[in-house]
Design a protein around this ligand. Structure first.
Ligand code: B12
Length: 300
């Protein structure tokens, strides 16, 4: 099998990341993530191609007694810290979709990083997420689901001891009137036939999990609404112009656009050409994608 330059880079990045984790070097470890972010890696890429393999390697070193559980815990908490920072970059309050998922580890399950990854990817897609974390007793989990009424329940089962609890909970949830859709994941789920009977779905990894969830709820991509984007663009332009301390005159000078045009854009009142968006982006030292990503929901 040929090893591409891209594979080589990914491999080197993983080695540097693992070394920094094992040395407790938070800064050096996050620098690897930063470089991959600048190379336009997505959150899913970072979680599946860097953080997960790094933890698997650390688990192997623990299993081979090359490191103790102390260093395993230090490394896994540094990874959790990096995930907190990444979540802050990807989860946008104003992009909330009407979809609600409850993510939890099954009773007895202490491994919660996988479940946290799933929750983060749902957040990045705009879902409302309830995250319950590790080792949630089955009766409490059932009651919380009944009370919160999510459309979807995502359960993490990493070790074999959790499979029985998962099966019991799935059976109980299917008796509910408005039974939620259920998705299961984690290494222990891979071989379990019972989970393939339609009441629930099983995903191999966190990215596949979010994709399957969309299909389970038949979620169509929401139609883009021009007015929402124009209002968002206007607010982004005003925010960035103010951050630069510029007047509308100064922006009009720098972009060679009329002041009236700047006023109309900032008011969300003018349909715009790509040329205009690019002039504004260059003047405000940002990307056209960033200017257009500021979609705002219309006032109800
Ligand atoms: C960190 C760690 C711990 C930490 C957990 C800290 C924490 N905050 O989570 C602590 C120290 C608590 C721990 C304890 C134990 N651990 Co441990 N641990 C690990 C380690 C190193 C990393 C786990 C991890 O986060 N992996 C990375 C995540 C991202 O991977 P993941 O969980 O597979 O999740 C991915 C997918 O499965 C998926 N996914 C997961 N859940 C879900 C849910 C849904 C809905 C979806 C869609 C997808 C999905 O998404 C993720 C990304 O794709 C692993 C090594 C490894 N190979 O993973 C050992 C490992 C899992 N542990 C192991 C063991 C044996 C234990 C203990 C029993 C040790 C002991 N004797 O005490 C206890 C058990 C505790 C318990 N009851 O759960 C073994 C398990 C062996 C086995 N047969 O399953 C491993 C494999 C180590 C080894 N190599 O032997 N552990």
């Amino acid at each position: 099998m040929t090893c591409t330059a891209k594979d080589q880079t990914a491999y080197q990045a993983r080695r540097r990341y693992i070394r920094a984790l094992l040395n407790g070097e938070d800064g050096a470890a996050f620098q690897v993530i930063d470089e991959l972010l600048r190379a336009r890696s997505s959150l899913g890429d970072l979680y599946l191609q860097l953080l997960t393999p790094a933890l698997v390697r650390i688990g192997q070193l623990w299993c081979d007694e090359e490191i103790g559980v102390g260093l395993e815990k230090l490394a896994s908490h540094l990874v959790l810290k990096h995930m907190d920072r990444l979540r802050g970059m990807y989860a946008h309050e104003e992009r909330r979709l009407p979809n609600h998922v409850l993510v939890s580890c099954i009773e007895g399950e202490q491994h919660f990083i996988g479940a946290r990854m799933v929750a983060d990817l749902f957040l990045a897609k705009g879902w409302s997420v309830d995250f319950l974390g590790p080792d949630v007793p089955t009766p409490a989990l059932f009651d919380t689901i009944k009370m919160r009424q999510p459309q979807l329940v995502a359960l993490s089962v990493r070790t074999a001891t959790g499979v029985g609890h998962a099966r019991l909970l799935v059976e109980e949830l299917t008796t509910l009137e408005a039974a939620p859709k259920i998705i299961l994941g984690g290494q222990a789920m891979a071989q379990n036939e019972w989970a393939q009977d339609g009441a629930c779905a099983v995903a191999r990894d966190a990215v596949e999990g979010v994709d399957i969830a969309g299909k389970l709820l038949q979620l169509e991509r929401p139609k883009a609404v021009l007015k929402e984007y124009l209002i968002g663009l206007g607010q982004q332009v005003r925010e960035l112009r103010n951050r630069k301390g510029w007047t509308q005159e100064q922006l009009s000078e720098c972009t060679q656009l009329t002041r009236a045009s700047i006023v109309a854009v900032e008011g969300g009142k003018q349909n715009v050409s790509m040329d205009l968006v690019i002039r504004l982006a260059n003047a405000l030292e940002t990307s056209p994608e960033d200017l257009l990503s500021g979609k705002r929901s219309l006032p109800s």
